[in-house]
Design a protein around this ligand. Sequence first.
Ligand SMILES: *[C@@H]1O[C@H](CO)[C@@H](O)[C@H](O)[C@H]1NC(C)=O
Ligand SMILES: *[C@@H]1O[C@H](CO)[C@@H](O)[C@H](O)[C@H]1NC(C)=O
Ligand SMILES: *[C@@H]1O[C@H](CO)[C@@H](O)[C@H](O)[C@H]1NC(C)=O
Length: 204
Amino acid sequence: MSSTTSKVLTLIISAFTIVQITLASDPDILTDFIAPNGSQVDASFFTFTGFRVLPPNTQPSTFKAWKASRTEFPALDGQSVSYAALEFPSGSINPPHTHPRSAELLFLAKGSLQVGFVDTTNKLFTQTLQPGDMFVFPKGLVHFQHNSDTQKPALAFSAFGSANAGTVSIPNTLFNTTIDDNVLALAFKTNISTIQALKKGFAS
Ligand SMILES: *[C@@H]1O[C@H](CO)[C@@H](O)[C@H](O)[C@H]1NC(C)=O
Ligand SMILES: *[C@@H]1O[C@H](CO)[C@@H](O)[C@H](O)[C@H]1NC(C)=O
Ligand SMILES: *[C@@H]1O[C@H](CO)[C@@H](O)[C@H](O)[C@H]1NC(C)=O
């Protein structure tokens, strides 16, 4: 390959990399921040106190996610970041789900946690985390978390590269919508009564 060709190739590859990076985040904004209605704001606008309720103050009986995204914390609008606090009573799970708009960087603060994701070749990557460990779930891939400890709760914090990462819960998406039973029976290679039994678990 001539050196000119290789330089052109390098340029094309780096241009694609830059485009990828640009597309991998929320749209950029043309102001420092987005104040509601363009109004005057003070430091309290940039402060989120919603996690003050966390342990030892809370003891949920099932898995609980506390979100600090654009909805709960409007100052995040346009900043491409958000957080969630995840509480896992012993034995609880955060069922398989995806975040369409961001990777997730999970930090385990307390307890132990089994985590995992499946890539687009259907390969499972799983790990048991100790306090202080971090695990990254790549953007858009199906992942889960499970506190298999029979005694101790676990507490984790997740950072996202989007102010509104979004969550698609796999069980909820499949069995708590009105997708035709026959479509699901065919998809899962089972019969309609099995699908109806699964759907029953979600009926409120
Ligand atoms: C923004 O405007 C709406 C409608 O005028 C008003 O109800 C709301 O309180 C305003 N929000 C802030 C933060 O000023
Ligand atoms: C549906 O499938 C389940 C599990 O294979 C089986 O136990 C059940 O008898 C089937 N029901 C019908 C109506 O075919
Ligand atoms: C099922 O969907 C409804 C409506 O979106 C929701 O309120 C409910 O929490 C869901 N049930 C479960 C078990 O997730």
